[in-house]
Design a protein around this ligand. Structure first.
Ligand SMILES: [Zn+2]
Length: 440
């Protein structure tokens, strides 16, 4: 939010990992999806299967985006490296160990840290993420073959994510030899892990910090899943909705630090109430009645016979009493500490949107949850489109990433019930990019 400085990318990593850990600790997830300790293949096998499958996929797909030209296989090979056995040099850059993965255009090779990064990603987020890392690096190789190189890094990164999404769609359709029977929980786990990915020199020659925020990168991945490689191939600086860029200037005007938790909650609740007093009449033609908010301590939630609950019951809308309530001592502060103030905003926003759905007689389950997410996103849209000089609450790009992390924490698919985090992020983004009218 406007009153606090933007977060660095490293903080995003820390908060995302922490949120995943938070989810795991809450008992909603056990071992990482897809990683049955006894039967999981070695990470090296996961990598090799993925690379074989990517070659299959791009051999079939590349001609469709290159006027029929065949796919030139990777010439420089595939290089797992360790601290003791560092990667090959890339052009004029010496091969120095770093816990990452990269594509080197000069040598046309893909290299990855086989000692730390890949095993950790597989352990923490599952095999699918390892495959997606390789798919992303392959995406840079495709980019290089297509001659799309004179674009800002932020565009190139999103294009590589989009190409990875095109491969993911193929895997979801059951054609992959590397990943079969992919579950929504595995995808959500991989998305959480994607927020961690970094590119290092070897792929990019432009400024640091221009890789795109998680909100934009997940959008690109989903674009590839939904619309395929041809759409990805068309990515250019002038046709991508990049939320990161416009805010850098507004952020210059930002000052001060983080709002204290209580004050953040106060600001968010007031803003949501003000937003819904304007939005609900647009949505329904009816006036918005003030909504009571009841913060509570763990174990002493206000009475409600049939709460419409989220976060394992730590927050809910009560249809009988027509109020919202949330755990203001553990849930709220934990979200705030680990993910930032807009993670609390996502909680408040979900509850208000949930109330709006009930009040207009619509469901909050299944597709109804996706409408809740879109409505929540429409509040974000409103926050994003305010006059930068106004005194109202405003968002920074880091806030959108906090929203994505919060949705993954709240919305991770469990046991195949309810929409996946993947679908919830897409619904939220629809509201964020298009506003209330997109939410029906
Ligand atoms: Zn990249």
């Amino acid at each position: 939010m406007r009153v606090r400085p933007g977060r660095g990318r490293n903080l995003l990593v820390a908060t995302t990992v922490a949120l995943v850990a938070l989810t795991a600790c809450s008992g909603r997830t056990g071992s990482p999806p897809g990683v049955a300790a006894s039967s999981a293949p070695a990470p090296a096998d996961t990598v090799n299967r993925a690379l074989d499958d990517l070659e299959r996929f791009w051999t079939a797909t590349y001609p469709t985006i290159s006027d029929g030209k065949p796919f030139p296989p990777i010439q420089g090979g595939f290089h797992p490296y360790t601290q003791a056995d560092p990667p090959p040099p890339c052009g004029s850059e010496a091969g120095v160990y770093q816990p990452n993965a990269f594509y080197c255009p000069d040598g046309d090779f893909i290299a990855w840290d086989a000692e730390k990064l890949i095993p950790e990603l597989q352990t923490n987020f599952g095999q699918l993420l390892v495959a997606l890392v390789m798919a992303h690096e392959y995406g840079h190789a495709i980019q290089h073959r297509l001659g799309v190189t004179n674009q800002p890094t932020v565009v190139l990164e999103q294009q590589a994510d989009c190409f990875a999404g095109a491969w993911l769609a193929d895997a979801l359709a059951g054609r992959s030899t590397a990943a079969g029977g992919i579950t929504p929980a595995q995808i959500d786990s991989a998305l959480a892990g994607m927020l961690q990915l970094r590119d290092q020199p070897g792929t990019s020659a432009t400024s640091a910090g221009a890789h795109g925020n998680a909100f934009d990168r997940i959008r690109a991945l989903q674009d590839g899943v939904q619309n395929g490689a041809t759409t990805c191939a068309g990515y250019r600086a002038d046709n991508l909705p990049i939320t990161e860029v416009p805010f850098t200037q507004e952020r210059d005007a930002a000052s001060g630090g983080n709002l204290p938790y209580d004050e953040a909650v106060d600001v968010l609740v007031k803003d949501a109430a003000e937003y819904w007093s304007r939005a609900y009449p647009q949505l329904t033609g009816q006036p918005w009645k003030e909504l009571t908010v009841q913060p509570f301590a763990p174990g002493s939630a206000p009475e409600c016979a049939s709460p419409d609950a989220i976060a394992d019951g730590a927050a809910f809308y009560c249809p009988e009493g027509d109020f919202i309530a949330f755990d203001n001592e553990q849930l709220g502060p934990t979200l705030y500490d680990r993910a930032g103030d807009n993670a609390v905003g996502m909680l408040v926003g979900d509850l208000y949107a949930r109330a709006a759905q009930h009040r207009r007689g619509q469901s909050t389950q299944g597709d109804g949850q996706l409408t809740v997410d879109c409505l929540n996103g429409s509040w974000t849209y409103d926050l994003l489109h305010r006059d930068a000089r106004s005194q109202q609450t405003q968002l920074s790009p880091g806030d959108l990433d906090e929203a994505v992390a919060a949705l993954l924490a709240f919305g991770r698919a469990t046991a195949g019930t309810g929409p996946s985090g993947f679908d919830r992020i897409a619904a939220y983004r629809n509201g964020v990019l298009k506003g209330l009218s997109a939410c029906g």
